[in-house]
Design a protein around this ligand. Structure first.
Ligand code: ACO
Length: 333
């Protein structure tokens, strides 16, 4: 099962960090016309963490990264590459370099990667290419988002879904390859299902030359379409990644999906015939933290001792773009 190429990959550390402020459904019901009962039955979410104005994306991402680096038993100086998967960086030019500086990872090259809620899986696959080609040995991958900055807090259809947080993993070159299979996909024809779009006002700069200046508009989502997309595409892409890994569904120890909605998790598990006890779910406490949701859930399951060395994990991210992807890996520690 494991490829012995000498240019393999192993995830050797995980970490997470979430803001301290907890907002449960009851408190949200004081802001918009909703109820704990509606949110719980439709989504499985009970509360979420929200970043205060003092908490930057780079700060929570750095905390998560430090935990992952410590678990991996390396130092920031050992890092060759830092990838920050996010849609909500502090700076439109990217926040990865700020994290590099805060960690003191002076040797590492750092850049942001945007693939919305698929960002962690896309980042994992991207990081793997650098290791498999022998270019880098130690890579830090962070998934972090502060979507509370971009949610319309008067829109009950979307504001109840999201939360803020960061998760990270360290990937290292390894004798045997623990990334067993993957598949990543995009479909821009469905782009209008989920957007956080820039809207500029036309402004004539000089005679005959106009530019657009404005800001990003809050998240808009066609919930039903996104639900349909997820429950159809996620099982397909996991099956494809399992095929590449030469594994069967029965050999999967843990199903670790992007924590968007409990109903999506249940439907995907049901389609794949994966029993509930193998499904990792923590969205009740955090809501949908976009690119952060998979590494936060991974880190919690590892630290709770649920995920054990040798376990096979099928993970899948899906979201805006539309983008989706799956990776099958073996926990190595
Ligand atoms: N509280 C109370 N009522 C609400 C709320 C709320 N928070 N939100 C919507 N409603 C009402 C609607 O107004 C509507 O009322 P109406 O029938 O009187 O018009 C009714 O509830 C049903 O609304 P729908 O939008 O049809 O609700 P639906 O059953 O589709 O559930 C949900 C909405 C939970 C968003 C669902 O579509 C879903 O799970 N979609 C998946 C999308 C998702 O998970 N997105 C996360 C971000 S994307 C990602 O990470 C992949």
């Amino acid at each position: 099962m494991l490829k012995q190429s000498g240019l393999g990959i192993a995830i050797t550390g995980s970490g997470s960090a979430t803001p301290a402020a907890v907002v449960d459904n009851h408190r949200l019901a004081t802001l918009v016309e909703t109820s704990d009962e509606w949110i719980t039955t439709r989504t499985g979410i009970k509360s979420r963490r929200l970043a205060t104005p003092e908490e930057s994306l780079s700060a929570i991402a750095t905390s998560a990264a430090k935990n992952a680096i410590a678990m991996a038993g390396i130092t920031p100086a050992d890092l060759d590459l830092i990838i920050l998967a996010t849609s909500t960086s502090d700076d439109l030019f990217g926040s990865a370099c700020k994290i590099q500086a805060e960690l003191g990872a002076s040797r590492a090259v750092a850049f942001d990667l945007t693939a919305a809620c698929s960002g962690f899986v896309f980042g994992l696959v991207t990081a793997a290419q650098f290791i498999r080609t022998g270019v880098y040995q130690n890579v830090l991958l962070i998934g972090a988002d502060i979507l509370s900055r971009w949610v319309d807090w008067s829109d009950r259809r979307t504001c109840v879904l999201f939360g803020d947080g960061a998760g990270a993993v360290v990937l290292q070159a390894n004798e045997s390859d623990r990334l067993l299979g993957f598949e990543i996909r995009s479909d821009g024809t469905q782009n209008n299902c989920l957007n956080l779009a820039y809207q500029g006002q036309s402004k004539e700069l000089i005679d005959g030359v106009s530019i657009a200046q404005g800001t990003y508009q809050p998240i808009t989502m066609n919930g039903k379409e996104v639900y349909r997309f997820a429950v159809q595409k996620v099982p397909e892409v996991i099956e494809k990644a399992l095929f590449r890994a030469n594994l069967t569904v029965e050999e999967v120890d843990w199903l670790l999906l992007h924590q968007a909605n409990q109903r999506i998790l249940d439907a995907v598990a049901n389609r794949l015939k994966i029993p509930t006890h193998k499904v990792i779910s923590n969205m009740a406490h955090y809501g949908n933290t976009s690119a952060a949701s998979i590494p936060i859930a991974l880190d919690e399951a590892v630290r709770q001792g649920k995920i054990q060395p040798g376990d096979i994990i099928a993970t899948s991210g899906f979201g805006a773009g539309l983008t989706w992807g799956a990776a099958i890996f073996q926990w190595a520690r």
